[in-house]
Write a protein that binds this ligand. Structure first.
Ligand code: UDP
Length: 381
């Protein structure tokens, strides 16, 4: 969609639905821009893979759930491509194939600021924009062990969530003055006062008196969700269980067809994640950065049952070292740890306090301000 209102500066967000985190981050920043600046800026999101790359790249959002189901292969791809020089070779070799469509994207979506929330968007978008371009910002949506593809020396601004991500940025050739450490942008609804848990549970039809466990695997319902759900149901007879299968429709149908020994509620992709988290006592999740940042804000202690090798390794270390959760990559172990947590609420409370310490509820709004400054800094030049 071309820029429609010449009086309002236009901000274009490049994302793709490879996982749920890139979309969530872009939406959270857009919401924060509206909350902080009203209608002064117009915004737009473009799934650059789906809409502006040729086959086979355009199928990546569709193929992503299948690719990440083989975590070893994913981890190998991550480590082979990670590194300043290797990342440059990779993007340079893809350029002849994506050049025409990305030039079309830039022509179709004139903007006063372009923001990438996807590691694979940076180099091709900057190249397609050329010399006479609007400012370009990257918001890194991985938390700790960030890939070199996130970092492009021509970006005017690059926002990361942790010291380790900052260190990696410098190692990948970024200059300190391009960088800001803020936090992962999270939707404003996660940042509202907790509200009444019982009212929320009544709204969703969940039992008020049982400890409530949410089990999820990112936007795609990844990892051994079914086995983990069965283990929880077996080890924790006093609990109620909410399983979120995300976009994994096959898994959702399978879970719905099963008989459960405890009250169990199965969902596909839900839009009410903030209220789900606020109504729950424990989160069992893949170590996705978006989900972890949201759980920090909700003060929701975590059991991490799986991670994407490479990009999510650091998230596990971070959560565990800070005392916000436990790494338990085995359905049986999840069941027994959860049993222990339910019997000892003080352990959960300790982890919940650690979450609150790590929470960055202002991140989206701070990012909104940094982006707007970037537009105005360019106007002054
Ligand atoms: N999410 C959601 N509804 C769902 C499942 C996930 O809104 O049913 C959101 C979740 O709240 C988070 C994002 O999708 O914001 C998942 O991001 P994360 O970085 O945790 O994992 P990814 O899916 O990118 O691997």
């Amino acid at each position: 969609m071309p820029k429609t209102d010449p009086k309002r500066p236009h901000i274009l967000f490049l994302f793709s639905d490879t996982g749920g985190g890139h979309r969530s981050a872009a939406e959270a920043i857009i919401e924060a821009i509206e909350l902080e600046f009203g209608e002064q800026y117009s915004t737009e999101m473009v799934d650059f893979f789906l809409n502006y790359t040729p086959t086979p790249f355009k199928h990546l959002p569709m193929l992503y759930p299948k690719l990440v189901r083989v975590p070893q292969a994913w981890g190998l791809g991550y480590s082979i491509s990670n590194g300043h020089a290797r990342a440059r070779i990779l993007t340079a070799s893809a350029w002849p194939y994506v050049r025409r469509s990305l030039h079309r994207m830039v022509a179709n979506h004139p903007a006063d600021l372009m923001v990438s929330v996807h590691p694979l968007a940076n180099a091709p978008a900057l190249r397609a924009l050329g010399r006479n371009r609007p400012p370009f910002a990257t918001v890194v949506t991985d938390m700790v062990t960030t890939h070199a593809l996130w970092y492009h020396h021509l970006a005017d601004l690059c926002i990361v969530a942790s010291q380790e991500a900052y260190r990696r940025a410098l190692a990948a050739g970024m200059r300190a003055e391009q960088m800001r450490i803020v936090g992962l942008p999270v939707a404003d609804r996660f940042c509202q006062p907790p509200g009444d848990r019982q009212t929320l549970r009544a709204r969703f039809g969940w039992p008020a008196e049982r400890p409530l466990v949410i089990l999820m695997g990112g936007g795609e319902g990844m990892g051994p969700l079914e086995k983990t759900a069965r283990s929880i149901a077996q080890h924790c007879p006093s609990a109620a269980l909410v399983v979120i299968a995300g976009r994994n429709q096959t898994l959702k149908a399978r879970l719905e067809a099963m008989q459960w020994p405890i009250p169990t509620f199965v969902y596909g992709f839900v839009r009410e994640m903030p209220d789900f988290m606020r109504a729950a006592d424990v989160l069992v999740t893949k170590a996705g950065p978006g989900t972890i940042s949201e759980a920090f804000i909700a003060g929701l202690p975590m059991l991490l049952y799986s991670r994407l090798p490479g990009q999510e390794d650091g998230n596990v270390t971070y959560v565990v070292n800070e005392g916000a959760g436990i790494w338990a990559p085995n359905p049986e172990k999840i069941g027994t740890i959860l049993q222990d947590w339910l019997a000892h609420p003080e352990k959960r409370l300790q982890a919940s306090a650690a979450c609150q310490r790590l929470a960055r509820p202002q991140a989206a709004r701070q990012i909104a301000h940094l982006l707007i400054e970037t537009i105005h800094n360019r106007e002054k030049v």
